[in-house]
Design a protein around this ligand. Structure first.
Ligand SMILES: NC(=O)c1ccc[n+]([C@@H]2O[C@H](COP(=O)([O-])OP(=O)(O)OC[C@H]3O[C@@H](n4cnc5c(N)ncnc54)[C@H](O)[C@@H]3O)[C@@H](O)[C@H]2O)c1
Length: 436
């Protein structure tokens, strides 16, 4: 039997778990990376990163070749366990904690007492307490507090705030919040994270740490919802929302964000629901913001359908499928919702989808019969209406001649907002009709 006790075992080797494991291993810790997917474990043991993330490849391959990072499918004994498994939205807008509970079942048998169990997954308030209670249910011989005659485990929450594309930098430089079920647990976790973290480490209780992460994303969601609501109000009132926002932002204490076609991704579009689910009777603004942002793609569809009323069988160039600029991630993307809805409402229209960062037609759209993506110039040339959904760099300065005579719906304001007037003056002269 293998008696190795690792310094750290990281459960879940995805966008968060793998860089965490590699960062500790790069600092000389003996790290076990655990994942249920054999293919992920095999890739990591070859020193490979099974997804795209800048700068991670060299750290992972270095840690593996030094022997500091080993991947496996079962949880070994370790001094600290870091759980970084998915916590997606469940039916009814709560969190699906099945992955977390499954990870807990894998950790419980190897606990000897004295270990840290750190939850990094984004979690609804109370989840860390629930994790602690579940571990005790599985291991009644242990304790979460210092009790005579019982071995103690220290359960803490430390949410991750890194931005995909900058994970290896932000994992080191970001400030980190740590919330413990006990103060001692939080202090022990602080000592551990100091190995990889150069940012400030702030200690609190577990539920406040859970809420901190949710509040950060909810703050963004609420502010974007205000901008999106304004854009819909302005359409109704016949006001240029971009000009309006620019004027309002001249106030020294006002900073209205830019509207868009909705909110996507697996964080901002998801995490506020965890607050709503926890306290539905009080989280009215949070819920409304979610509803406003979820309604925006349907508003964009209504605008598009209205613009095409007189032209049955028209072609639409749809620019951008990712959930935000300059990434390839289409999870929860409002663009996908817009295209799905257009296919349903105007089945005779021809949709020419363009996204320079996305390689394959997203599965929900492939299921509806979209067979391929188009190069930008081909889609513009073949379209009557141009629907801009994402402000990818490649879309910022189109050839004005390619847009001549076409109807334009610019949901990101990159061709129509006042600050871009100089750059896009040509567009006005080719007779494009723009709306926000
Ligand atoms: N990706 C981000 O940008 C980001 C940022 C902040 C927080 N988070 C949060 O971090 C958590 C993890 O997100 P992610 O993006 O790394 O997810 P991911 O899907 O990239 O990776 C999760 C990994 O966990 C593995 N897994 C699932 N169940 C398991 C189990 N029982 N035992 C072992 N492995 C298991 C999966 O196979 C997968 O490889 C989520 O709660 C997410 O909300 C993510």
């Amino acid at each position: 039997m293998d008696e190795t006790v690792f310094d750290v075992a990281v459960i879940g080797l995805g966008y968060i778990g793998l860089p965490t494991a590699a960062s500790f291993a790069a600092k000389g810790k003996k790290v076990a990376g655990v994942d249920v997917k054999q293919a992920t474990v095999d890739a990591v043991n070859r020193g490979e990163v099974p997804f795209v993330e800048p700068d991670m490849g060299v750290v992972v391959s270095g840690a593996v070749s030094l022997g500091n990072l080993v991947a496996m499918t079962t949880v070994p004994a370790a001094d600290a366990f870091i759980i970084a498994v998915p916590t997606p939205l469940a039916e009814g807008n709560g969190a699906d904690l099945s992955y977390l509970l499954s990870a807990a079942r894998a950790v419980a048998p190897v606990l000897r007492g004295g270990e840290l169990v750190i939850l990094e997954s984004t979690s609804p308030p109370g989840t860390t307490q629930r994790l602690g209670a579940y571990l005790l249910e599985l291991r009644p011989d242990l304790s979460l507090d210092a009790l005579p005659g019982r071995n103690q485990v220290h359960v803490v929450h430390s949410p991750e705030r890194v931005l995909p594309g900058r994970i290896m930098i932000e994992m080191v430089t970001n400030d980190r919040v740590i919330g413990g079920l006990t103060e001692e647990g939080a202090l022990l976790a602080k000592r551990l994270y100091e190995v990889i973290c150069q940012g400030e480490i702030l200690l609190t209780d577990a539920t406040t740490a859970e809420m901190t992460k949710l509040v950060e994303n909810t703050f963004r969601d609420v502010n974007i919802a205000f901008a999106n609501e304004l854009s819909m109000i302005c359409d109704k009132l016949g006001i240029d929302v971009w000009k309006l926002i620019e004027l309002a932002n001249h106030h020294p204490r006002v900073n209205v964000l830019r509207p868009g076609p909705g909110v996507g991704g697996h964080c901002i579009a998801v995490d506020p629901w965890f607050i709503v689910d926890a306290v539905p009777e009080l989280a009215t603004l949070t819920r409304t913001a979610r509803e406003v942002n979820d309604a925006k793609p349907h508003h964009v569809v209504a605008q598009t359908v209205a613009a095409l009323e007189a032209r049955p069988g028209a072609s639409i160039a749809v620019l951008g499928l990712a959930f935000k600029a300059n990434i390839d991630d289409v999870r929860e993307s409002p663009s996908v919702t817009v295209v799905e809805e257009l296919l349903r409402q105007i089945p005779d229209a021809r949709l020419l989808l363009v996204d320079p960062n996305v390689e394959e037609v997203p599965a929900p759209l492939a299921a509806l019969g979209i067979s391929r993506l188009h190069p930008l110039d081909e889609a513009l040339a073949g379209s009557d209406l141009v629907l801009l959904l994402v402000d990818h760099d490649e879309f910022l300065s189109p050839d004005p001649r390619a847009l001549a005579g076409k109807t334009i719906i610019d949901t990101r304001g990159i061709w129509t907002q006042p600050k871009q007037e100089e750059a896009t003056r040509g567009l006005a002269t080719v007779g494009a009709t723009a709306s926000a």
